[in-house]
Design a protein around this ligand. Structure first.
Ligand code: DGY
Length: 328
């Protein structure tokens, strides 16, 4: 008998087509966020859930899966929306989509970095408002990117891909990552490992690329922001709660840092209201991995994980295969 899979939001069609070749697939065509009760009901009536980062798959949802639910395949590299410990205890596999979005996300971190430094969004708003009355030598002065110091908070796959691009801009690169040892770091990149305080005090651009964990929640708050140079910029494409958004709005309002560019927010889809008004912040709606090719590959990767789990095989990017095997 074919297994039943529920896909909680509309995802790129190739992912759904792949699932449909072998499994009974239902897609939430409303493309809206499901409630906790809806997720519980679906967990209890399906063998697999394909979830998005907007789905909160907590212990109660996993428990509702009972003996039936075998895998939660998240279409994201981040999996802070899923209680991985509870899933492992209950013998439910969890998978994510690492690797396939690295380069696309790094491209976008750079789009934000350059956008805020050279004021592209602000300049477009100015022009469209009919305020461009001719070239002006003092108009829209920004900051250079080339030759500056880039500080990466988190030096995993995406942090390194951002660093790779920085070498083309003749930037000095430094990183803070308590997990990665200097020996493990890519020897081809001339990047310096430093502590967080040094990184914040000496970087012109600070770009955040760390997963969200209890340790990284509000990793950058008021004290850390006050260590940054008054001319520095902060870029975040990781997860919103890594930054204290209210403290950031205070810093931007008081001009204790020069600017910020954010793709992620503490309470998405809400954005701290002051950030909506400030000129020295560039904000985008969590789209760093949003290229057609990458989102498609993320969807097919989630599908491959589900298919393998349904066959009783190791899903290619399962996060807890060994734990589940041990507990099973
Ligand atoms: C992720 O994958 O975790 C991103 O935030 C969305 O692509």
């Amino acid at each position: 008998m074919a297994h039943d899979v529920y896909v909680t939001r509309v995802i790129p069609q190739p992912g759904i087509d792949l699932l449909r070749e072998q499994l009974n697939v239902t897609v939430n065509d409303d493309d809206r966020q499901l409630s906790a009760n809806e997720l519980k009901r679906l967990a209890s009536t399906h063998d697999a859930l394909v979830t998005l980062l907007t789905d909160r798959v907590d212990r109660s949802v996993l428990a509702a899966g009972g003996d039936r639910l075998k895998i939660v395949a998240n279409v994201a590299v981040g999996y802070d929306n899923i209680d991985l410990v509870a899933a492992s205890e209950m013998g439910i596999l969890v998978s994510n989509t690492p690797g396939v979005l690295t380069e696309t996300t790094a491209d976008f971190a750079w789009a934000l970095l350059m956008g805020i430094a050279r004021r592209t969004a602000e300049a477009q708003t100015f022009l469209r408002a009919g305020k461009f009355h001719g070239w002006g030598i003092m108009m829209m002065l920004g900051e250079d990117v080339h030759g500056k110091t880039l500080g990466l908070v988190g030096y995993g796959r995406i942090g390194r891909a951002v660093a790779k691009r920085a070498s083309g801009f003749d930037m000095a690169i430094q990183y803070f990552d308590p997990v990665i040892s200097a020996e493990d770091a890519d020897a081809l990149l001339p990047a310096r490992q430093v502590d967080l305080d040094t990184l914040l005090r000496t970087s012109d651009y600070v770009s955040v690329h760390t997963p969200l964990t209890p340790e990284t929640t509000h990793l950058i708050g008021a004290a850390e922001l006050s260590s940054m140079k008054p001319t520095a910029y902060l870029i975040n494409t990781s997860r919103g709660p890594v930054l204290d958004e209210a403290a950031l709005a205070d810093a931007l309002t008081a001009h204790t840092i020069r600017g910020a560019a954010l793709d992620v927010f503490e309470r998405e889809p809400e954005v701290e209201p002051r950030l909506m008004e400030l000129d020295n912040v560039l904000i985008t709606p969590h789209i760093a991995s949003a290229s057609v090719a990458t989102r498609t590959r993320m969807a097919t990767m989630a599908a491959e994980n589900v298919i393998a789990a349904m066959r009783g095989e190791r899903p290619p990017t399962a996060l807890n295969f060994d734990e589940v095997a041990r507990n099973g």
